[in-house]
Design a protein around this ligand. Structure first.
Ligand SMILES: NC(=O)c1ccc[n+]([C@@H]2O[C@H](COP(=O)([O-])OP(=O)(O)OC[C@H]3O[C@@H](n4cnc5c(N)ncnc54)[C@H](O)[C@@H]3O)[C@@H](O)[C@H]2O)c1
Length: 321
């Protein structure tokens, strides 16, 4: 009898110990194939517990990379710091780098990352946490539409994302930049599960960047369609929904991203429905399949550099009005 092969755990360095880091830590802690190597945050934070123990903590990524050889660096810092930390992680380690969405906050930063090709294997090592694309109701709706080609192309989409960030004031802008930067990227990454995006046709940001309205063109089964995306922070509650219309057949698919539920209907007839057992935290439900995909050795293309480049290019393709 031979000994089972011992597989070394993936050593993870986590940069940014803020709100979303809690979800990363919770999901990583569930996985036997992962060990936390270090944490980094530029502000003083309390000890970060991982499976009941603490790991070395640093105030700067550079110091952590001098002392450790991580296999995976997770960047969960404010959006405007992503590009700089990503370049550092790619050039000063051999790790895979998972960056929170959006990958970058402007087109110049995207070009900077693209220009690293040759110095670092950007396509092989750099991934973006487009977590909404992994949400269970999105997965369900994409599977349902793919399994029913007779429903025809998706002809129109409306998506509305509301976050109660008005309550966080300036801190929301510091972490997330604007509603369009934060929710727009989530909405676009969801759309890539259903249609091929072609480009923005209009974009209007209001309320000092706390709200946005955008129209984006797409193609579905060879036909052109339009998606309307609304987002706003002017609310006390979170609510996120998308509606897909397959106009030729009269089928509509409603997905509720807050409740992680969905249904499909045609006129007065319910065609299909989707729910959950209410036991899984919404963010954990996104990041569990995301990490399963990333660590599978064959990451879903929605995590890859080309998907992030497409979403970023479309996201920034119309001058802000
Ligand atoms: N909060 C969410 O629900 C959520 C969900 C998905 C994605 N995201 C994305 O994750 C990112 C972080 O969001 P958040 O809500 O956790 O923000 P946050 O402000 O709560 O946390 C960010 C942390 O990064 C630290 N930081 C800042 N600059 C740093 C640097 N140069 N080096 C090391 N640490 C640094 C901050 O001190 C802070 O602790 C954003 O890009 C956001 O779009 C957030």
């Amino acid at each position: 009898m031979t000994d089972p092969v011992r597989v070394e755990p993936v050593r993870v360095g986590l940069v940014g110990v803020g709100i979303i880091a809690e979800t990363h830590l919770a999901v990583l802690a569930e996985r036997d194939d992962v060990a936390l190597e270090f944490t980094v945050d530029s502000r003083p934070v309390g000890p970060v517990e991982f499976r009941g123990a603490t790991r070395p903590h640093y105030g700067e990524l550079a110091r952590a990379l001098d002392a450790h050889r991580p296999d995976l660096v997770v960047v969960a810092t404010p959006t405007e710091t992503h590009a700089e930390l990503t370049v550092q992680a790619l050039l000063h380690s051999e790790a895979t780098v998972l960056v929170e969405k959006p990958l970058v906050h402007d087109l110049a930063s995207l070009a900077e990352l693209r220009n690293l090709d040759g110095k670092a294997d950007v396509r092989g090592r750099l991934f973006t946490a487009h977590h909404f694309a992994f949400s269970p109701e999105v997965d369900w709706a994409a599977g349902l539409i793919a399994a029913n080609p007779d429903w025809g192309p998706v002809t129109a989409i409306t998506s509305a994302f509301y976050d109660p960030y008005v309550l966080r004031g300036e801190a929301a802008f510091a972490s997330y930049v604007s509603s369009w930067t934060d929710s727009g990227v989530n909405q676009l990454s969801i759309l890539t599960r259903f249609v091929d995006l072609t480009g923005l046709t209009s974009l209007r940001q209001t309320d000092g960047g706390a709200s946005a309205w955008c129209a984006v063109g797409f193609r579905s089964r060879g036909e052109a369609g339009t998606a309307r995306l609304r987002s706003s922070w002017l609310t006390g509650s979170s609510s996120k929904e998308s509606n897909l219309v397959l106009g030729h057949s009269g089928v509509e698919v409603w997905i509720d991203h807050t409740a992680m539920t969905g249904f499909a209907a045609r006129a007065g007839e319910l065609l299909a429905s989707f729910g959950n057992d209410g036991r899984t935290d919404r963010k954990v439900a996104h990041y569990r399949p995301l990490y399963a995909s990333l660590l599978s050795g064959r990451p879903d293309p929605v995590l890859g550099f080309d998907a992030a480049a497409t979403v970023t290019a479309i996201h920034h393709s119309v001058p802000e009005v």
